[in-house]
Design a protein around this ligand. Structure first.
Ligand SMILES: [Zn+2]
Length: 77
């Protein structure tokens, strides 16, 4: 079920709404159907880097190193 951010053109309030296939969303404040759908912001690059870092930490805790480059893996004797 997609959740969208809307801004009401009539009263100016902003809110999130679940949008079902056929039903038109209306403003929960004034009941107007003149809504403007807001575009979601894309994921920030820094956030992606944080996800990779935490995945690597988890891999290290679990004892496998598939997320590491070969030069970063512990050397075998
Ligand atoms: Zn409204």
């Amino acid at each position: 079920m997609p959740l969208f951010d809307f801004v009401c053109k009539t009263c100016g309030s902003s809110f999130e709404l679940l949008v079902r296939g056929s039903s038109a969303p209306v403003c929960p404040v004034c009941g107007s159907a003149a809504l403007e759908k807001q575009v979601s912001l894309p994921a920030q690059p820094g956030k992606t880097a944080g996800i990779v870092a935490s995945a690597r930490q988890q891999a290290a805790r679990e004892g496998h190193f598939s997320n590491y480059a070969p030069s970063e893996r512990p050397r075998r004797k």
